[in-house]
Design a protein around this ligand. Structure first.
Ligand SMILES: NC(=O)c1ccc[n+]([C@@H]2O[C@H](COP(=O)([O-])OP(=O)(O)OC[C@H]3O[C@@H](n4cnc5c(N)ncnc54)[C@H](O)[C@@H]3O)[C@@H](O)[C@H]2O)c1
Length: 348
């Protein structure tokens, strides 16, 4: 199998998770180059990953890579992604794809035109716990599902040299846009086409955030299933931490992400642990899928189009929140036509 030459752009916090994800894939990928504007960070990553080069300008690595992993502040996803695609490189882009509708469309269209893989790092979709839960729902293990709830309770305050994570212009929104995009994507994947929803956010408790640092979302889907997501970057304590519950007519699936467990709960029956996967890495499955898509030419499970649809859900929810109305989410399922004039009339 041809060993893919991969370049990593951005060697900050999340890049460390990707380093682990690459372990075990050495037959199919080699990190030839790493980049960070902070020379020391690039140097450390080069040493750790045994890369050939460390650079502070990502353009210098382009002749030496077949594909790039972009792990940068969100406002840089677009310019860096476009330059890499223009240069003929496959792109694994950390989420979110970009921070505006037109930026996302440009990236998706350019990747298509150049016949390159553009995959988004919605890492939860490659999480064995989530995959198991999806399999259980589809096999009817809890009967007909009618409610999915997701909690992510974290304390996230970026240090002084990473204040991009607090500002709308560089983050693209608030906690909901930045972190909640994972869960909107999951809800669409599990439940289908949303029809309406509400978002209420606050930065009370997280005054360092320019937009919301805590987020509450309620969604209704075409099939009558409802969903709820609460995410915060202001948790000073938590029991649920990262949890998902799916209720069905015959039981509940309990995904305890931090414990690495999936359980089925049914009244009058002992709890059934159906997966205990602590230690399995999501970035590993994600990278393996990216490499497989490059090799086969298949469209990634988390492609640019699906990613755009889930970001549109967030933009519509933000817009409706400002207007104090329910958001009309029709037309935004992962399987809905996506390149539709009119859907583009969203915040820039
Ligand atoms: N999937 C997840 O669970 C998850 C978790 C955290 C972060 N992320 C994503 O990863 C990305 C990066 O987040 P992070 O937490 O690692 O941020 P970070 O601030 O820790 O790291 C970003 C790095 O990019 C470097 N950088 C900035 N401008 C650059 C430029 N022009 N050229 C080269 N390097 C540059 C910075 O010096 C820094 O080291 C974001 O898209 C974020 O949403 C994903």
């Amino acid at each position: 199998m041809k060993q893919m030459r991969l370049g990593i752009i951005g060697c900050g916090g999340m890049e460390k998770s990707h380093e682990k994800g690459i372990e075990g894939l050495e037959d199919s990928v080699r990190i030839t180059a790493v980049c960070d504007i902070v020379e020391e960070r690039a140097g450390k990553a080069k040493e750790l990953l045994k890369a050939d080069m460390a650079v502070t300008d990502y353009k210098e690595m382009l002749p030496f890579v077949d594909a790039v992993l972009v792990v940068l502040p969100h406002h840089l996803h677009y310019p860096v992604g476009m330059t890499c695609l223009e240069a003929g490189k496959h792109v694994l882009m950390e989420k979110p794809l970009a921070i505006t509708e037109s930026e996302c469309l440009d990236l998706v269209h350019l990747a298509d035109e150049k016949k390159l893989v553009l995959m988004i790092g919605y890492v939860m979709r490659y999480n064995p716990l989530v995959l198991k839960a999806k399999e259980l729902v589809e096999s009817g293990a809890i009967g007909d599902p009618f409610q999915m709830s997701i909690w992510t309770e974290q304390f996230t305050r970026f240090p002084d040299d990473r204040l991009w994570g607090h500002k709308i212009a560089t983050l693209g929104g608030g906690q909901f846009f930045s972190h909640g995009c994972h869960y909107v994507d999951l809800l669409l994947w599990f439940l289908g086409r949303p029809v309406r929803g509400f978002h209420i956010g606050t930065n009370r408790g997280t005054p360092w955030m320019e937009k919301e640092g805590s987020s509450n979302v309620v969604l209704e889907f075409e099939n009558g299933i409802t969903a709820y997501h609460f995410g915060t970057w202001g948790a000073r304590g938590s029991r649920l931490r990262s949890s998902m519950h799916i209720h069905g007519t015959e039981g509940m699936i309990d995904i305890r992400v931090n414990e690495g467990k999936v359980l089925i709960l049914k009244f009058g029956q002992p709890e059934q642990v159906v997966l205990d996967s602590l230690g399995q890495k999501n970035t590993h499955g994600q990278m393996a899928h990216f490499l497989e898509c490059i090799r086969t030419g298949n469209r990634p499970l988390t492609d640019g189009i699906g990613s755009l649809q889930s970001l549109r859900v967030i933009w519509r929810l933000y817009e409706a929140e400002q207007k104090n109305v329910a958001a009309d989410l029709r037309g935004l399922g992962l399987d809905e036509p996506w390149d539709v004039p009119g859907l583009s009339l969203l915040p820039e």
